[in-house]
Write a protein that binds this ligand. Structure first.
Ligand code: HEC
Length: 411
């Protein structure tokens, strides 16, 4: 009897041990493997974020978007996310279908987006951006991995027409759990800084000169959770930059892996991820977000000083992104207006409708949405047809705003 009991107990324990050590142990054993442990993402999102950070910053195999297991973290060469698709290779002019992942050779190599600012920054900055740094300009890029790319391509979401069809069909947009997207910021650095930055040599559009750039910020979103897991990492120099768009870190960091619970903004590097002695030791997790509010109902906030400049104190990754939407096509007839303000009865071309990214205050300043999403944001003027009651959410992916119409819009 005792024998049977202890055997059963051992069996049970064995299963329990296996369940506890399975995926977590796998991810820890092979640091270049992208973590996919949902329980870890929910219960310990900061740890998940650091594992993800190591995996996507692992040196990439040439010509493939795979990590090179022979390489060491921090080797000065392109990393996994740098081989992913840039938005300009996904949302092509005239809504053309992007070539399949493996044919898209233009996503490889050091070619990056033109010196273009993320949409939300373009909205916020009324002066033309003159980022600080020694010379040259800040560069931003948005990239997606193959799972995200294939989903957009297979579902025709790369054109406004495809997105609108989805709205009219009332079909939800839902990326697969493997999808990951990033937004990165690069700033000009000097030779001596190479030991402290992940760097790349890029040409500066302002004067065509090749310059050294260092990675200063990295936004990551992983679809491991239905509402994604959100994380942002910054270089330790960022709070000390002094330029016109440098504000410092206006909300404290939260890293429960590196810091004790009573001082989550301790600013330390977490151990156990192999970061020590590499350039990555100079980057910090500013925090993660997996919900809109905390248990007191207060908005969860997270901001990156370089990407949420101008609205750090009201920034909530999830609340802003949940407003990535598509609505009905507003056509010329629908916008036709009479009155003294419209002496020529101008007919605009058909336009895609989306919710605005920002709330604009009366004084012209911008504020970003935070806290729980409100049903009335999404409501469309009543049409009497149930499926057209609301804007269609685009699964938090904002780059979809970059899509073009497949056919030139008729006047
Ligand atoms: C005020 C609104 C706003 C807030 C707050 C915000 N973002 Fe975004 N985000 C955007 C917009 C707009 C884009 C599209 C940028 C582009 O295409 O240039 C974007 C793009 C991204 C992308 C690229 C994938 C995509 O959706 O196109 C990632 C990753 C991202 N943001 C992560 C974050 C994280 C992490 C946070 C919180 C720390 C955050 N964002 C906060 C507006 C916001």
């Amino acid at each position: 009897m005792t024998g049977w009991r202890s055997l059963a107990a051992m069996g049970g324990l064995g299963v329990l041990l296996l369940a506890l050590t399975g995926p977590a142990a796998r991810a820890a054993a092979e640091p270049w493997m992208v973590p996919d442990d949902v329980a870890l993402a929910l219960r310990d999102p900061d740890r998940f974020a650091w594992q993800l950070f190591v995996a996507i910053n692992w040196p990439a195999l040439d010509e493939e978007s795979a990590p090179d297991p022979e390489a060491a973290l921090g080797e000065p060469r392109p990393v996994v996310w740098e081989t992913w698709a840039l938005t300009k290779d996904v949302y092509l002019p005239d809504g053309r279908t992007p070539p399949p992942w493996l044919d898209a050779s233009n996503r490889l190599g050091p070619e990056r987006d033109p010196d273009e600012h993320p949409l939300q920054q373009t909205l916020v900055r009324d002066t033309s951006p003159v980022p600080p740094g020694r010379t040259g300009h800040q560069k931003d890029e948005v990239r997606m991995n193959r799972a995200a790319f294939d989903y957009i391509r297979d579902n025709d979401l790369y054109s406004i027409d495809g997105q609108e069809r989805r709205f009219y069909a009332g079909l939800p947009v839902q990326f697969p759990p493997e999808a990951i997207e990033i937004k990165a910021v690069w700033r000009p650095i000097g030779e001596a800084d190479k030991v402290r930055y992940h760097w790349a040599t890029l040409s500066d559009e302002a004067d065509g000169q090749e310059r050294l750039y260092g990675l200063t910020s990295l936004h990551v979103m992983s679809k491991v959770l239905p509402r994604w897991l959100w994380a942002t990492f910054e270089h330790v120099d960022n709070p000390f930059r002094r330029g016109i768009h440098d504000e410092g870190w206006l909300i404290p960091s939260r890293d429960s892996v590196a810091c004790p619970p009573e001082a989550l903004d301790c600013g330390r590097l977490p151990s156990g991820f192999g970061l020590e002695g590499t350039v990555w030791a100079n980057y910090r997790l500013r925090g993660t977000q997996i919900d809109f509010t905390d248990d007191y109902g207060l908005p969860v906030q997270l901001a990156d000083s370089e990407l949420e400049t101008g609205f750090q104190r009201t920034s909530s990754c999830m609340t802003c992104h949940v407003r990535s939407t598509i609505g009905p096509r507003v056509n010329a007839a629908a916008s036709f207006e009479f009155g003294t303000g419209y002496p020529d009865h101008p007919l605009g071309p058909p336009e895609a409708t989306r919710l605005p990214v920002f709330k604009q205050n009366e004084d012209g300043s911008f504020e970003s949405y935070r806290g729980a999403p409100q049903p009335e944001w999404f409501r469309l003027p009543s049409t009497g047809v149930a499926s057209f009651d609301t804007y269609l959410q685009l699964d938090y992916v904002f780059s979809m705003m970059r899509a073009s119409y497949a056919s030139p819009a008729a006047p």
